[in-house]
Ligand binder design. Sequence first.
Ligand code: UDP
Ligand code: MG
Length: 342
Amino acid sequence: METTKNSGRRSVMLSVVVPCYNELDGISELHRRVTAACLAQGPSYEIVLVIDGATDGTRDAIFQLAEKDDHVVAIDLARNYGHQIALTAGLEFCRGQRILILDADLQDPPELLGAMMAKMNEGFDVVYGQRIKRDGESWFKLASASMFYRLLGRMVDVDIAPNSGDFRLMSRRALDHLNAMPERYRFIRGMVSWIGLKQVAFPYERHRRFAGTTHYPLKKMVLLAVDAMTSFSIAPLRFASLLGMMFGLLGLVVLGYTLVEWSLGNVLPGWTSLAAIMLILGSVQLMVLGIFGEYLGRMYMETKRRPLYFVDEIVSRRPAVLDDEDLPVHRLQEMAKRAARG
Ligand code: UDP
Ligand code: MG
């Protein structure tokens, strides 16, 4: 039904792509529940588990799964690259005609797959999960998330649905479009919205983590938010000129006031006001420079054109997984390395 350049590949009906950091305690439960959900759709599926430089034994647990279950493909990245890049690795590698993106912590129930598939059958390319309730998340996370989406919504031309994460079902066609976007700073949910095609929200309740704690501390959340803003909008750059104009006007008003006072013979003591103006202007200038820097730094990083990630090892019981002409060069090299190891 979905015909794309990848339809010639040895494809499977469904891929489930899961980035995994330190998720040791949840992995076998994840495997059990995802397998059950996939089997309900048919036997042609793969579970792509991307190990994002885990340090707690997650790697071995996943390798064991891949050695037992030939539906599992384990991709071990060369280090920790972060959630969005790990997800990108899995999305580039997977071969499904439909692709489900899932977190390893089971906050988004895999059991919804059936309903999402049914929704996609109505003719949608993307069925994205939209959280109507979030269990076990702090008021701070909820408040900051809602503020972030509101701000983003104002700045950005594409509609990025509030309260949606990366949990979604995509068609091969939509995924090929996503994979064609080479940028380094990836805010995947936004990039998927940006594609267009037919997308529909799928309301669901988000649960607590099955095990472990969040890997998104405040710092990473802020960085993701900055990535989102800078990759989808140059509004902050315009904000700089707006600020400049505002302070220019303010300066004129103050100048007028001083001239009037001067003509009336009132000598102004002046130091306090001067100091205040200098401080304000100085800080505004630095802030504007900072915004420029944010974009400039990203341009610099993008122009290096480095691969987004390197793979250390791929473990799968099916050798066919590894010979695939469509794979990017750096990954082919990694696979050659693995093949050489036997
Ligand atoms: N994750 C990852 N690399 C990282 C951090 C997180 O692959 O550096 C994975 C993590 O294992 C999980 C998903 O990304 O499957 C989402 O992370 P988490 O559940 O910690 O985020 P939250 O749900 O709290 O936003
Ligand atoms: Mg989570």
